[in-house]
Design a protein around this ligand. Structure first.
Ligand code: ZN
Length: 269
């Protein structure tokens, strides 16, 4: 994905060391599944009309990434992996082992608002940032670790600090939308095309409960929307075409069969 972004309103560093697990009770899932399914259908319909060229902005965008062929091309993204030293790879494997995979009910769960901004929350944020980094992701939502908290972390520029958003709410999205390939740490090896608004404004809190507003563009806007989706139990498979979802699910099943654990490097969140 070659998009610029303009980081603003980032908040960074967190403190404290203890862990803060809050696991999902099984009863919570049934209704969320129905919700995600409905949304999936709604998005398919949106995509069907896109293909009929009812969206002039998207149609006129000569994006290389909008080609399905490019999406399934693993070469570009598998290169950095080869360069990893064994220690780094081991760290990454350990981090990925903590991330819930497609099929896990936690990924279909709508997370709960945070009300207590305490050391445990700040430790949770720090832990999420560490796991995201080790897994070489650019974003991570608490639900991906099986914790039903409305907390997400992201970092789209390597030199930036980890940004954390607690109780994020999309306050505004620009009219312009763009398709781009997205990966997900919970969907190893899968890249699907997702259409999202190019600009968003998000209201949230930091780990101390301070209100903040993030205005994001491009990749940063995309990652934030991807992670907020996770907090609502929505995956990229729910936001792509029926065709791409079918192919992705087939690939995931084949991968499961192999017991493979490789994750496409690059843009996974
Ligand atoms: Zn994801």
């Amino acid at each position: 994905m070659a998009q610029q972004n303009s980081g603003r309103g980032r908040n960074g560093h967190v403190r404290a060391e203890s862990q803060h697990p809050a696991r999902v009770p099984d009863e919570a899932f049934a209704s969320d599944e129905a919700l995600a399914f409905d949304e999936a259908l709604a998005f398919d319909e949106a995509f069907a009309s896109d293909e009929a060229a009812s969206e002039p902005e998207a149609a006129s965008e000569p994006e290389a990434t909008s080609q399905p062929e490019a999406a399934s091309e693993p070469e570009a993204t598998s290169e950095p992996e080869a360069a990893l030293d064994p220690e780094r790879l081991a760290l990454r494997e350990a981090a990925l082992a903590m991330v819930r995979r497609y099929g896990d009910p936690a990924l279909k769960t709508r997370a709960l608002a945070i009300e207590r901004f305490d050391d445990a929350l700040r430790a949770e944020i720090e832990r999420m940032g560490r796991i995201m980094d080790d897994a070489m992701g650019i974003g991570l939502a608490a639900t991906q670790l099986g914790t039903v908290h409305r907390v997400l972390v992201y970092r789209v520029e390597p030199q930036a600090g980890v940004a954390a958003l607690v109780n994020p709410v999309v306050e505004w999205t620009g009219e312009e939308t763009l398709p781009a390939d997205e990966g997900c740490l919970s969907l190893p090896g899968v890249l699907v095309e997702v259409q999202r608004p190019l600009h968003v404004r998000v209201r949230a809190q930091d780990g101390d409960g301070e209100e903040l507003t993030v205005e994001a563009t491009g990749l940063e806007a995309r990652v934030i929307q991807h992670e907020i989706d996770h907090l609502d139990g929505v995956l990229i498979l729910d936001r792509t075409s029926r065709q791409q979802r079918k192919e992705a699910i087939r690939a995931l099943r084949e991968r499961d069969g192999e017991g493979g654990d490789r994750v496409t490097a690059g843009v996974a969140a």
